[in-house]
Every structure is written in structure tokens, then in C-alpha cells.
Ligand binder design. Structure first.
Ligand code: FAD
Length: 147
């Protein structure tokens, strides 16, 4: 029996400090372990990072998302984790990404302004569905560029 697909959307505050290069190294470590771990349990999604905030979409079976999110919440590299949505989903928004990193290309700046304002996200004011749609549009833009 295939498990029902769920989607979890949250945002959090970045606690990684240091130079932009040091922050980038740490974010890359997060992406590496995310991709390695998520692949094993068929969890897909995307991460965005902007001036002090993270937002992430995770898709997969409910119990796998809960176990992954438990680990993520304990991670000291961020805090003030706030769930925006945790619902059943009919299909994956990021089917080919065990964990994509979106919003970091210059060409994404226009799309990125929909999710970021000034020096950071104003994601608190955004619905999970909106964050999901913006991140999925960024992922499609990334994939089109890479093709
Ligand atoms: P490893 O991959 O072996 O650890 C990698 C490196 O990260 C180590 O060198 C260690 O120094 C460092 N590290 C590990 N845990 C911590 C910690 N709690 N605090 C500080 N440094 C640490 N994990 C996923 O599996 N899937 C995800 O989608 C995911 N998304 C994340 C999103 C954000 C915003 C953050 C901050 C973390 C995310 N993580 C994710 C990472 C997660 O919190 C755990 O660190 C990770 O799952 C541990 O995997 P591992 O045991 O394979 O560690």
C-alpha cells in the first residue's frame, strides 16, 4: 500500500553566523545531509535562504516527514521554527529534488521578491500555500535554466 502524500511548509530564523562564505559552507552542509537522508526515504522538497531566514517545503509520507522534521527542529543552526502548513497533498511539487536550493541565482531576483522583502522574509504573513507556490516557481525556473 502506498502512503498518503503530505506536504510540510515552515520557516525559521537563521542562527548561522560568520562571513558570507562561512554561512554558505554551512548551508551547503545542510543541503548535503538533506539530500542524502531524504533520498533514502523518498522525501522531496526545496529550501530557500535569505538574509537570516530559511523556508523549506518537505513532501513525503507523514511518518517520514515527522521524523525528519523532529531532527530539523533540534538543529541549532536555526530556531524560531514556525509551521505554515502540514497537509495532505495530491502530488509532489518537487518530484525530482531530494532537496533543492532555490532563489540563489541572479535571474531569480524578480520571483524572489514575492517571498522576500527588504532584508529578510516576511514569510510570517504568508500562507504556506503561497510559500509553496513561489518555491515551486523558482524550482521550475532553475530546472529550465539547467536544461
Ligand atoms: P550529518 O550529515 O552527518 O551531519 C552533517 C554536518 O552537519 C556535520 O558535520 C555536523 O557538524 C553538522 N550538524 C549535524 N547536525 C547538526 C546540528 N544539530 N547542529 C549543528 N550542526 C550539525 N536534514 C534532513 O535529513 N533533511 C532535510 O530536509 C533537512 N533540512 C534542513 C533544513 C534546515 C533549515 C536545517 C537547519 C537543517 C536541515 N536538516 C535536514 C539537517 C538536520 O537538522 C540534521 O542536521 C541532519 O538531518 C542530520 O543528518 P546526519 O545525521 O546525516 O548528519
Amino acid at each position: 500500500m502506498t502512503s498518503q502524500l503530505y506536504r510540510l511548509v515552515y520557516h525559521s530564523r537563521n542562527f548561522i553566523s560568520g562571513t558570507p562564505e562561512q554561512v554558505s559552507v554551512e548551508v551547503n552542509k545542510i543541503l548535503e545531509s538533506s539530500q542524502r537522508n531524504n533520498l533514502l526515504i523518498d522525501v522531496t522538497g526545496a529550501l530557500i535562504f535569505n538574509a537570516g531566514m530559511f523556508a523549506q517545503v518537505l513532501e513525503g509520507a507523514r511518518n517520514d516527514l515527522e521524523a525528519t522534521f523532529e531532527r530539523i527542529q533540534r538543529d541549532e543552526r536555526h530556531g524560531e521554527v514556525e509551521i505554515l502548513a502540514f497537509d495532505e497533498a495530491s502530488s509532489r511539487g518537487f518530484p525530482s529534488w531530494s532537496m533543492g536550493f532555490v532563489g540563489h541565482s541572479c535571474g531569480d531576483k524578480e520571483l524572489f521578491t514575492h517571498i522576500g522583502e527588504g532584508s529578510g522574509f516576511e514569510a510570517k504573513r504568508l500562507e504556506g500555500e503561497h510559500v509553496f507556490r513561489v518555491m515551486r516557481d523558482l524550482a521550475i525556473a532553475e530546472e529550465t535554466r539547467a536544461a
